[in-house]
Structure formats: structure tokens, C-alpha cells
Design a protein. Structure first.
Length: 77
């Protein structure tokens, strides 16, 4: 399950882990004009873990999810 909210400066997507355990904490994705931030609560450290990707890194990640093993370089068209 996921939710989408549009705020002033970002679109916020929350991914909820459902189904068979062990389940993970929700992941919040905040998409800004120049970057995308992923956040997830870590109960072991009692802190939020954050990863920030540039839009180019996000594009490469999206492409990588659909490619076989190998080394790739994306090219601007």
C-alpha cells in the first residue's frame, strides 16, 4: 500500500510494507525539483535513516531495476 500527497515544495509518497512478516518500517519518499529523499525509521538506532539522490541518480536507479547484471552508463538524448 502507498499514499501520495502533494505539498508546497514536494510530492510525498509513503510506502507501507504489508503481507507476511517480518515487515519493515514505512518508507517516505519526498520528490523535490532537484532531488529525491528516502526516509525510514530505524527502531534499532531510534533514528530516521535518510538517503538523498539527485534526479540523475534516481533515473539510473529506475533503469537499473529493469536491467540484467553488468556495468552501464546512461547517455543524455
Amino acid at each position: 500500500m502507498f499514499t501520495i500527497e502533494h505539498e508546497f515544495d514536494a510530492s510525498v509518497i509513503t510506502l507501507v510494507d504489508e503481507g507476511e512478516g517480518p515487515l519493515r518500517e514505512d518508507v517516505t519518499v519526498q520528490a523535490f525539483d532537484s532531488e529525491v529523499t528516502f526516509e525510514q525509521w530505524d527502531p534499532r538506532t531510534d533514528q530516521v535513516s535518510r538517503i538523498t539522490l539527485s534526479l540523475i541518480q534516481l533515473r539510473d536507479l529506475t533503469a537499473a531495476l529493469n536491467l540484467p547484471e553488468g556495468i552501464y552508463r546512461s547517455v543524455e538524448k
